[in-house]
Write a protein that binds this ligand. Sequence first.
Ligand code: PLP
Length: 347
Amino acid sequence: MERLDPSTIAVTAGRGSGAAGTPVNVPIELSSTYHAGGPVIYGRDSNPQWVAFESAVGALEGGDAVSFASGMAAIAAVASLVPAKGVVVAPEVAYKGSRNLFADLASVGRIELRLVDITDTSAVLAACDGASMLWAESPTNPMLGLADLAALEGAASLVAVDNTFATPLLQQPLSLGADIVVHSASKLLSGHTDVVLGVAVARTAELAARIKAHRTLHGAIPGPMETYLALRGLRTLPVRLERSSSTAAELVARLRADSRVEDVRYPGYGQMVAVIVRGGADAADAVCERLRLAVHATSLGGVETLIERRGRYAGEEATPPGLLRVSVGLEHVEDLWADLDQALASG
Ligand code: PLP
């Protein structure tokens, strides 16, 4: 069969054998050990639920997927591929967890870290001279900056991309030349704010085997229940994303025309929006407190709209203080607009 549309892959990949009488969904298998003599030995090595989730994400990204206990666990496994004292080039403004992880590794001399503006392609390429790994994120969290992934192909021995915001439906970094893709599956892939999970997808089986070996040795394995929920959520990612993206685009148009808002950052696709409120941190905090429908909480990519002021965290000094990160959910656009309007109005 010709390559299926991603929306079809999301529904069909990661199923069982299809044999008569077998379940249509891979059942959750809760067992820490297995009768000796078979292909699976122990629950830290493999689980049918991981395999189902991994085959679906792998099919969407175009590589071999390995699931982890969290997005950070996946990122740590990818970081472990850097040789001792190897150079890592990473964005200075991006998800603070990965930046902190690389800074931590640099502080103990495990790697050498070069921070760059990931949206400045020539600066990134210059910094990559002799680099073992380029760590990219696009769109970036929370500034929604874009890296030119195609131009960064081969820039370092390994090019890894955090594709959490775009999802494989909007961007497939492996097809643009990346070696590894990482997701916080806690976000859009699972989509219901009920799971913490991660996944790394490698271009080659050899790289995937190294990442998997790290998982087995370090033990940051996903739970069978979490991978079940994530795969269940992944089935509806195409329709969720379609709906939330069109709502986001409409909200962006209204917010850009609104004098209470200083700036709106939106890459032109997806459901993540950064709204810089006039009046700085206090005004943005007040907006969060007045929300009635959208939820004031961290995280993103769920069915409900989540809003938070990123600058409230230490380490987010490069983020404008009045920036609200908005993860647009599935509520009706007019209800969301009414909520934002009343929350901004009293400011
Ligand atoms: N990457 C991005 C872009 C994120 O936003 C996050 C979490 O917010 C992570 C990675 C880390 O994922 P997790 O929270 O699943 O460990």
